[in-house]
Write a protein that binds this ligand. Structure first.
Ligand code: ADP
Ligand code: ASP
Ligand code: MG
Length: 428
């Protein structure tokens, strides 16, 4: 069996779902189809959540707009059928009732209860359209089978228990194709969880691992993995193959084409990953697998935006590499801040993290008694794998470099963003 994953861009309208149907109808073997929320629905649901939590009655209008969007896709796909509409209405009514009656809990918990509906709605519609098109497809509610802990918005999979359940749910005894949700799962107590933004790729890899899939194909709006984001470097070129290791480095460094957690479950079972275009499905795409001859000719450019560079200095002049390191990193973990780059000297340590201001402020307050901290916002990290002098010039020319790291294969620059909206550089 194979796992196919379709992201928001591929299912943003009726034409996208017809295209998906065309792609999966060519597949003769057993298939699990993982689908994200339509278009930008997750962002729209985040706005609903925010308004609701703030007691702003407009949340209801925002939700109506999301409903109308889904209803109009149904109208385009099923001019005479009512079933998909009824199922959408039922699910929507449950969410409305939840928002009307529930006593609000914390942001992360409520995020998962509300935002996870995007994937439920998209899969209801896709599954019913596949059936209408004559395919042997069955809708699966992944929340019944994929268990996670209760770390809301960044939940961890409970692997052993989930594997047993997933093998039962996707046993292909009653169907050759299953349609299910990316990005979401549930706790043992039945509360929805999410795996982190853009997490549907990760779901595809998790299911592939648990079901010992032959391969995973993620269908994207690009011909495959390129040596840079084409939105930023229009002359980016496709890489035909890539090792798991290269893919992890690239995605962790900031290439927003596949979720970085996707690679581990595939690597661990040696399952190849294909990145292909849903616009030109016949194209070869990129294959990510173990140990191909790594492309050392083409530099790979990665940009990670919206970073903060923080420098810590122990007030008592302790060496950073001793006890301080553990103390500082413990605080990062405690505040849920992911560290993207570290550079240390005798009595100072520089750390680059995502610009999540409230978390960073809380961390700095906690460390303030022992450390002087300075930070620069409005910075970004550029990574070049397999760099050349020309590649470095292309990235650094005309930019203020705040930090540089170089190994034999990789160079990284922390630079000030060229046009930061308010030009702000806060310092403490
Ligand atoms: P999905 O629809 O599955 O969520 P995304 O939109 O998240 O897909 O990912 C596809 C996008 O990733 C492309 O449109 C492209 O702009 C961006 N991207 C960033 N880095 C790369 C890269 N190295 N190769 C290909 N695409 C990239
Ligand atoms: N819908 C979720 C998001 O937009 C998950 C995904 O698309 O992968 O983040
Ligand atoms: Mg995505």
């Amino acid at each position: 069996m194979k796992v196919f994953k379709f992201g928001g861009a591929s299912v943003k309208d009726a034409a996208g779902i017809k295209n998906l149907t065309n792609i999966v109808s060519k597949e003769k073997g057993n298939l699990v189809i993982v689908v994200s929320a339509f278009g930008k629905t997750t962002n729209a649901l985040e706005k609903v959540l925010k308004a609701w939590l703030e007691g702003d009655k407009n949340y209801s209008d925002n939700l109506d707009n999301i409903y109308s969007y889904h209803a109009s896709v149904i109208d385009d796909l099923f001019p005479s059928g009512k079933r998909a509409k009824e199922d959408l209405d039922d699910s929507y009514a449950i969410l409305r009732e939840y928002l009307r009656t529930t006593k609000k809990s914390g942001y992360d918990f409520e995020y998962d209860q509300v935002v996870s509906y995007g994937e439920i709605w998209s899969t209801i519609i896709v599954a019913e359209y596949l059936v209408k098109s004559g395919l042997d497809a069955k809708w699966v509610d992944i929340k019944k089978w994929l268990l996670t802990d209760d770390r809301h918005r960044d939940a961890n999979i409970l692997w052993d228990e989930s594997t047993k359940r997933i093998r039962k749910a996707f046993d292909f005894s009653n169907s050759t194709q299953y349609v299910t949700q990316g990005f979401i799962g549930a706790t043992k107590t039945g509360h929805s969880t999410t795996l982190g933004r853009e997490g549907s790729d990760y779901t595809a890899a998790i299911l592939a691992n648990m079901l010992d899939a032959e391969c995973v194909v993620v269908w994207k709006d690009v011909p495959g993995l390129l040596n840079a984001d084409p939105r930023w470097m229009p002359d980016a070129r496709k890489l035909d193959e890539m090792s798991y290791r290269e893919a992890v480095e690239m995605t962790f460094s900031g290439a927003k084409v596949i979720h970085p957690k996707t690679i581990k479950p595939l690597h661990n079972k040696d399952i190849p990953l294909y990145v292909k275009s849903f616009i030109s499905p016949e194209g070869e795409g990129t294959i990510v697998k173990s140990d191909p001859a790594i492309n050392k000719v083409l530099p790979v450019f990665i940009r990670k935006e919206e970073q903060i560079l923080i420098s810590f200095l122990p007030n008592d002049f302790s060496f950073v590499m001793g006890d301080c390191l553990g103390r500082i990193f413990h605080s990062f973990i405690k505040h849920g801040i992911k560290v993207n780059l570290v550079e240390a000297s005798a009595i100072s340590i520089d750390v680059c993290v995502d610009d999540e201001r409230s978390k960073v402020e809380a961390l700095l307050s906690e460390l303030e008694p022992e450390y002087s901290a300075f930070y620069n916002d409005g910075v970004e990290i550029f990574t070049i794998r397999h760099y050349t002098p020309e590649a470095i010039t292309r990235i650094t020319s005309g930019r203020e470099i705040m930090l540089e790291q170089r190994t034999r294969s990789t160079v990284r620059f922390v630079v000030r963003k060229a046009q930061w909206p308010n030009g702000s550089t806060a310092q403490r």
